[in-house]
Design a protein around this ligand. Structure first.
Ligand code: AMP
Length: 393
C-alpha cells in the first residue's frame, strides 16, 4: 500500500524545494523524504533524499524546455514511483505574501489565485514563482487539493500601530504598510515553545538564517516584527542590507546616478554579511576567518540583533524568554554567546557551557529570563496546516 503523503513545496525563481510528510492525524507529521530541483533556467538538476538524508535519486536536464511545470510533474512522478511508495494526496505551498486578506492558510482555488496574483508587485522576487508552481500542479493534477501558507499570515495579529509607516495615511490604505515575514517559522516556534518554557508569555524569537528577522510574540501571537513592507527591512542578512536610512537611497539615485536595478542589487545581493566582510555570506566561513572584514561583519551582526532585541523587549514591556532558530541561530554558538552577553541587562544569565553544547537551554537555572535554541521547521508547519485545513473542509 502506498503511503498517503502531503507534498510541501517552496518554489523560488531558480529552485523548488520539497518535503513529503505522511498524511495522518498524528500531532507531529512524520517526514518521508525531501529534496530539491535547482538551477531552473541554467542547469536544472534534482536531488531526492529519504527521511534519513540518504540520496535516493538524482537527475539533470538541459535548461531549454524545463521550467516550473516540468519540475512539478517530474517531482510527483518521482515521488510516486521511486521514493518509498508515496501517493501524494495534497500539496501545501509556502507563499510569501498573503497581503491583508489572508491571516491563515487557505485552499487554493482559482479565485484565491487571482487575489494572490495582485500581491506579486509586493514580493516580485518570490510571489510569481510561488504561484507558478501552484498553477503547474493545478493544470496537471486538477483534483489534487492545494493549500497556500503565507509568510505574512502569522503577523496579522500585530496591532495597527505596528503595521503603520509614518507616511500619508491614504498610502497605508493602498497596502503600503508593515507586513512582517518568516511567519511560518515563528508560528512553529510559538507552537513548540510551551514544551521548553511553559510559563513564558513575552517572547522574542530570532530567526537567524540566510534571511534574518526577529519577532516579538505575546501569548503565542505576533505583536511586532523587524521586517516590514518587504523582506529586506530590519537586520543585516547574508546578502541583504536590513534597515537603511532611506535618504541614503535618494543620495545614490540623485547624486550618484544609480538606477533602480543597481539599487535593488545593493539591497538584496551585495550587502549584509557578504558586503561588510568582503569575505562571504556564510556565517561558518566568517567565524573561521581571520580577515578583519569577517570580524567586522560578525560584530555588526551581533550588535544589530542586540539593538533590535532592545526594541522588541520594549514593545513587550520586558521579556520572559529569548529563542534562537534557523541555520545561524541553531548552530553558531559564538553568535548566540555574543548576543546573550549583550542582553545581560534584560536579566539573561548565560550558561556558556550549555550554549557551546547547543542547548536547548542556554541560561543558568536561576536566570530571570531564559534563552533557548529551538530548531525551526517551516515545512512541517505547512504540512500541519495543509492537513488541518483539508480535514476541516
Ligand atoms: P538557513 O537559511 O536557515 O538555512 O541558514 C543558513 C545560514 O546558517 C548560513 O549563513 C550558514 O552559514 C549558517 N550556518 C549553518 N550551519 C552553521 C554552523 N554550524 N555554524 C555557523 N553558521 C551556520
Amino acid at each position: 500500500m502506498a503511503d498517503p503523503a502531503i507534498l510541501v513545496v517552496n518554489a523560488g525563481s531558480s529552485s523548488i524545494k520539497y518535503a513529503a510528510f505522511r498524511h495522518d492525524d498524528s500531532p507531529d507529521p512524520v517526514i518521508l523524504g525531501k529534496g530539491q530541483i535547482e538551477g531552473l533556467g541554467t542547469r536544472p538538476r534534482f536531488v531526492g533524499k529519504n527521511e534519513h538524508g540518504e540520496v535516493l535519486g538524482q537527475n539533470e536536464w538541459p535548461a531549454e524546455g524545463f521550467g516550473h511545470a516540468e519540475a512539478m510533474a517530474f517531482l510527483i512522478d518521482w515521488l510516486e514511483h521511486n521514493e518509498a511508495d508515496i501517493h501524494v494526496v495534497a500539496a501545501g505551498h509556502r507563499v510569501v505574501h498573503g497581503g491583508l486578506l489572508y491571516s491563515r492558510p487557505v485552499q487554493l482555488t482559482d479565485a484565491v489565485m487571482a487575489e494572490l496574483r495582485q500581491f506579486e508587485p509586493l514580493a516580485p522576487l518570490h510571489q510569481p514563482h510561488n504561484l507558478a508552481a501552484i498553477r503547474a500542479l493545478a493544470e496537471q493534477f486538477p483534483d489534487l487539493p492545494q493549500v497556500g501558507c503565507f509568510d505574512t499570515a502569522f503577523h496579522r495579529t500585530m496591532p495597527e500601530v505596528a503595521q503603520l509607516f509614518a507616511i500619508p495615511y491614504a498610502m497605508t490604505g493602498q497596502g503600503i504598510r508593515r507586513y512582517g515575514f518568516h511567519g511560518l517559522s515563528y508560528e512553529y516556534i510559538a507552537r513548540r515553545l510551551p514544551e521548553f518554557a511553559p510559563d513564558a508569555s513575552r517572547v522574542v524569537v530570532a530567526h537567524l538564517g540566510n534571511g534574518v528577522s526577529m519577532c516579538a510574540i505575546h501569548d503565542g501571537h505576533s505583536v511586532e516584527s523587524s521586517m516590514g513592507f518587504t523582506a529586506v527591512d530590519g537586520l543585516p542578512m547574508g546578502t541583504r542590507t536590513g534597515a537603511l536610512d532611506p535618504g541614503l537611497l535618494l543620495y545614490l539615485i540623485q547624486s550618484q546616478g544609480w538606477d533602480a536595478g543597481r539599487v535593488e542589487k545593493l539591497l538584496y545581493k551585495d550587502s549584509g554579511l557578504l558586503g561588510v566582510s568582503q569575505v562571504s555570506n556564510d556565517m561558518r566561513v566568517l567565524l573561521a576567518s581571520r580577515e578583519e572584514g569577517a570580524r567586522r561583519a560578525v560584530e555588526l551582526f551581533c550588535y544589530a540583533i542586540a539593538r533590535h532585541l532592545g526594541a522588541l523587549a520594549a514593545v513587550l514591556g520586558g521579556i520572559d524568554a529569548l529563542v534562537f532558530t534557523a541555520g545561524i541561530g541553531e548552530n553558531a554558538a559564538p553568535i548566540r554567546e555574543d548576543v546573550l552577553r549583550r542582553a545581560a541587562w534584560l536579566g539573561i544569565r548565560l550558561d556558556a557551557a550549555a550554549n557551546r553544547a547547543g542547548g536547548p537551554r542556554l541560561t543558568t537555572a536561576d536566570s530571570p529570563v531564559s534563552a533557548w535554541v529551538i530548531p525551526t521547521n517551516e515545512e512541517k508547519m505547512i504540512a500541519i496546516h495543509t492537513r488541518d485545513l483539508l480535514a476541516a473542509a
